[in-house]
Design a protein around this ligand. Sequence first.
Ligand code: PDD
Length: 276
Amino acid sequence: STYLLNDRFVKEDEITVSIEDRGYYFGDGVYEVIRVYGGILFTADEHIGRLYESASKIRMDLPYGEEEMKAKIEQLVKDNGIIEGHVYVQATRGAAPRVHQFPGEGVVPVITGYTKAYGQGAEPAETVSLKSVEDIRWMRCDIKSLNLLANVLAKQEAHEHGCYEALLHRGGTVTEGSSSNVFGVKDGVIHTHPVSNFILNGITRRVVMECCEELGQPVHEQPMALEDVYTMDEFFMTSTTNGIAPVSAIDGRQIGDGRPGPVTKALMAAFDKKLP
Ligand code: PDD
């Protein structure tokens, strides 16, 4: 397959990334994951927009603009013949001897990207289980940063408990998943954490909010208490890679009857209609 390296398309054996890249030293960079449905990028402009926003929030200037980035990502998808899958793209602050402060003039960001093909045909959204984990991340979770250590540890803890995803909470206040946003449904009302520095403003979340608006589905953008999630009627998580995934259990306690509920199902149907 073909990879993106800065402004070029290269084969794996042509890729040279410096041992002194600040991505290795500090996780000093940002990234995006964009879904491809039927050979077409879904919400590409939103993802690319967020990539440049994340870069700007860490005071990093990318060497080319959003239009060119989009063209490059589209080319990568085409070159690799991706029909169902995703694209990953990241940008680090570049390679320079290890000092914490920004490197001097002349050090340019390093952009890399790859595609991943899924098994033929879109995999149906699975029902998943969650494990609650204390959210020990920093205060700028709105930045899609390469620093994912707390997310990695949370996901690992969930997996070791036989769960698919970690349900992060700050002292009992639910924020999001380790790589997803989360929603609860109680008495016909959807609850989800408001957009703030404590969560990533998920693109799938945005599409789901649009679906809610179209369906006249009430949403309370108020944080949920962890103690309240167990008795919710429905629960689901959203992400680029999973779309909308119904949650069957949290910490081993079944949600509803353990199967996707009516609100979740209606949103999944509305979401599907928006896909290319
Ligand atoms: N994760 N919250 C976090 C912490 C995330 O890392 C992600 C995405 C989301 C969902 O955002 P979106 O709907 O824009 O994908 C929420 C990606 C998929 C990843 O790290 O692989």
